[in-house]
Each structure stands twice: as C-alpha cells, then as structure tokens.
Write a protein that binds this ligand. Structure first.
Ligand code: 13P
Length: 249
C-alpha cells in the first residue's frame, strides 16, 4: 500500500507575510497523518517555513546542487537543505531542464547525491506537447527515467518519488485527463518493473500539471496515481487544502 503524497511547488513565488498566512491556513486545516503533505518554497524561505510546518506538513526544496560544497556561486548544497530541515528535493523539473539546461546526466548526478545524503528525491519526468503529438511520450519519459535508474541503480529508488509532469499541462490550465495520467503512470511503473517488480509496486508516482481543487479527486482515484505535485494551486490555501483532502488527508 503506497501512502499518497501531495507536494506544493511554490516555484519563485511568495514573501514573508504571504508565507505566514498560507502556512497558518494549511496547518490549521490539514490533518495529514495518512497522507504525506509537503511544501517546497523558494530556498530563501526554507527556514521561515520550517518554523511554521507543525507536525502535518513536511519541507522540500525545488532543486539542489550535485556538488558537496565549495566554489559554486549561487548554489545550495544537500547538507544545507538538511541543516534547514528539508526531507525532500524536487529534481529535474521541466523548468530546470528547459530554462537552466539540466540534462538527464546532471539530473542523475543530483539524484545520486540526494539519495546518498538521506534526502528523498522527487524525480520529474514529462513530455512536451510536440513529443506527445509525435507519439513519443513513453519514449521521452522512459529515457528520462532510465537515465537515472541506470546511473543510480534501482536499489536507490526505495525512498524516491517520481512525478509525471507533462510539460504541456504545467501552468497552462490544460490538465491531462485521468485516463492519460493513468496510462503514463502505468507505463512508468512497467519500466521500473523491468528492473525490480517490488520497487515498481512500492514507488510512488505522483501527477503534476494544472492540478486543482476540482480535478484532483478524479486524478488521484486512478490506481497508479499516488498523489500530486501542485504548482499554482498550492499558493491558494483553500485550493491546496482541498487537493490534500482529495488525496485522503
Ligand atoms: P501547475 O500546477 O501550476 O500547472 O504547475 C505544475 C508544476 O510544475 C509542479 O511542479
């Protein structure tokens, strides 16, 4: 039985006052003992959010350096994230891949470093609209996933979460239908099963891309959809709370 996970990816949004209000609303309304709920604020606000998470909300980061420490201006290390109380790190988000040139190989390096540190990776995969229209969805998602499994080893996936985020659904209001999400999630699970059937059964695969309060329940009802990675709607307390409740919190 896989525990559902709902993660809010705040991206580059928020301020001290906004975060105080949002976190107060979330912790007052989420009783998430049976669902893992986490928020991923911009790194500069991790310390603030940690003081506000209470017992029901966990903390995640949006990216991390693959390097341990040293002369890497602007970067943030896994040790620092741990120091601030992070449990999860989003890796290979499509915005990191497309805007900051993160390659499959770099994502794999970050994954390996993250697992070695004890933090839990949330590995993002997903196809563009053009790739979907060319019938390449599984090829692309499979390539992104296998690049990491082959480099890290399937035994490193014990605490990993995979997020299927079709690029065409991110921030567009166009959500994958429940059937489209279920199809790709099942394919992802089948790819993991090629390596290890127990890992395939245990690994959480969450969906991201225009998840909102209205569509969350029908997405999460699918057998292979174990929760969501939520962008825009995670910045609205009522919407994020409703999405967490749709996952069973
Ligand atoms: P939206 O929910 O805003 O589409 O963003 C999804 C996402 O990129 C989460 O990581």
């Amino acid at each position: 039985m896989r525990t559902a996970l709902v993660a809010g990816n705040w991206k580059m949004n928020g301020s001290t006052d906004f975060i105080n209000e949002l976190m107060n609303d979330l912790t007052a309304n989420i009783n998430a003992s049976n669902v893992d709920v986490l928020v991923c604020p911009p790194a500069v606000y991790l310390s603030q959010v940690k003081t506000l998470t209470g017992s029901t909300v966990s903390l995640g980061a949006q990216t991390v350096s693959e390097q341990a420490n040293g002369a890497f201006t602007g970067e943030i290390s896994l040790t620092m994230l741990q120091d601030l109380g992070c449990e999860y790190v989003i890796l290979g988000h499509s915005e990191r891949r497309s805007l900051y040139a993160e390659t499959d190989a770099l994502v794999a390096d970050k994954f390996i470093a993250t697992v070695a540190s004890g933090l839990k990776p949330i590995l993002c995969v997903g196809e563009t609209l053009e790739e979907r229209e060319q019938g390449k969805t599984i090829e692309v998602v499979g390539r992104q996933l296998k690049a990491v499994v082959d480099a890290a080893g399937i035994d490193k996936f014990a605490d990993a979460v995979i997020a299927y985020e079709p690029v065409w659904a991110i921030g567009t209001g166009k959500t994958a239908t429940p059937a489209q999400a279920q199809d790709v999630h099942a394919e992802i699970r089948a790819i993991i099963a090629e390596y290890d059937t127990a890992a395939a059964a245990a690994t959480r695969i969450v969906y991201g891309g225009s998840v909102n309060a209205s569509n969350a329940a029908e997405l999460f009802a699918n057998e292979d959809v174990d929760g969501g990675l939520v962008g825009g709607a995670s910045l609205k307390a009522n919407d994020f709370i409703a999405i967490c409740h749709a996952a069973g919190a």
